[in-house]
Ligand binder design. Structure first.
Ligand SMILES: N[C@@H](CCC(=O)N[C@@H](CS)C(=O)NCC(=O)O)C(=O)O
Length: 363
């Protein structure tokens, strides 16, 4: 039943449209970082000038640059060999952090966190300024660009998260936010927890693929397109798209606990990372403000339901989201230190949800 509906939905979407995961021109970005002086600073570490991308324009989507795979045997599935580098503000990177914990792979794949803020004037790189000595304790680097340059000494594009790094070589092996969950789901089964969910069950694969495309076009990337639109018409196009899709999702989630019945899949992780930033960031900062998440009973309870699971909660960091989205100015007009909103009230995330009504009736 879902397949037909999803296929119909998918047909309405222009898959050739060039949507941006992160369409920001960071070359003009100014950063008010309370941990740094506002003076322009060039970070040097292990001989690498980490401000290496400064003059490049990042307006266009660059796409993942490193795509080595476990599923085709190129990368060995070896415990303690890989480290996921992510930033807690970033919805694309957070997907992978959630998947690692949910699958119980945190025992075999470690995680390192970059600072959501950067020194003023530095663009196109991420830094380990949250760690002692400003250095990742496992990779022993100060900036993620060092790992990108190890993988490709001629790498000129920006350094993005998520990035899976081979600890042995220090090279980024995969920075594909779109396919990494599948890689971990399919190739790392031997190391997953006994009770780990199957995030990509065989019978649902074409449905999941279809829904993921819909989510990307109408939710994940659409909020960015609305927030960073250069024209009123463009903004309104994506604004409408987001809310039409949220209405549809609200309806879908009125009938089942998760996007595909009673089991959590890859699609739930993808929807969650946008919803968990919705009222805090997108509603306010990106003007996606027809309705708040909390005004959708099913979507809101669904989000709280996922948030009550440690793998989701432990990788949901509202503080980092606020820092990144409110302290970094993408359209800089002044050097003023930016105010971070005090709200919304985040204690409501701990409130009970009503989603086990589906489990009770359906099991
Ligand atoms: N657009 C990225 C996807 C992931 C992404 O957009 N990550 C953002 C953070 S949310 C990033 O690392 N941006 C680089 C920057 O801010 O310099 C890609 O093309 O691979």
């Amino acid at each position: 039943m879902t397949e037909k509906t999803l296929a119909e939905q998918l047909e309405k979407i222009d898959v050739t449209e060039n949507l941006s995961a992160c369409p920001i021109d960071f070359s003009k970005s100014k950063v008010a970082n309370p941990r740094e002086s506002t003076e322009q600073k060039v970070y040097k570490s292990n001989g690498v000038n980490s401000n290496f991308n400064q003059r490049q324009k990042f307006a266009e989507e660059q796409g993942p640059q490193f795509n080595l795979k476990f599923t085709d045997g190129t990368l060995p599935v070896t415990p303690q060999r890989y480290r996921l580098i992510w930033s807690k503000h970033c919805p694309w990177a957070t997907r992978i952090a959630i998947a690692i914990d949910l699958l119980g792979l945190d025992q075999v794949i470690s995680k390192g966190v970059v600072d959501p803020l950067r020194p003023a004037g530095v663009v196109g790189d991420w830094f380990f300024t949250l760690d002692p000595d400003n250095e990742d304790p496992v990779l022993h680097v100060k900036s993620l660009s060092e790992n990108y340059l190890k993988a490709d000494p001629n790498y000129k594009k920006r350094t993005t998260v998520p990035a899976l790094v081979d600890i042995k070589t220090g090279k980024v092996v995969n920075n594909n936010y779109n396919t990494l969950i599948n890689e971990l789901t399919l190739a790392w089964r031997d190391y997953q927890a006994k009770d780990a969910p199957d995030l990509y069950p065989e019978a649902l694969r074409s449905d999941i693929d279809a829904l993921n495309k819909i989510l990307y076009a109408d939710v994940n990337a659409a909020v960015n397109e609305a927030g960073l639109a250069r024209s009123q018409a463009d903004y309104e196009k994506y604004y409408n798209r987001v809310f039409d899709r949220l209405d549809w999702l609200e309806q879908r989630l009125s009938q089942q606990r998760y996007l595909f019945g009673n089991q959590i899949t890859d699609s739930d992780i993808r929807l969650y990372v946008t919803l968990s930033r919705f009222d805090l960031v997108f509603y306010q900062k990106y003007y996606v403000n027809k309705k708040k998440l909390v005004e959708y009973p099913n979507l809101w309870n669904y989000t709280k339901d996922l948030y009550s699971i440690p793998a989701f909660k432990n990788n949901t960091d509202f503080e980092s989201m606020k820092q990144r989205f409110y302290q970094v100015d993408h359209t800089p007009q002044s050097d003023l230190v930016r105010i971070i909103p005090a709200g919304p009230d985040l204690t409501i995330w701990e409130a009970p949800n009503d989603r086990d009504r589906f489990t009770e009736t359906n099991e």
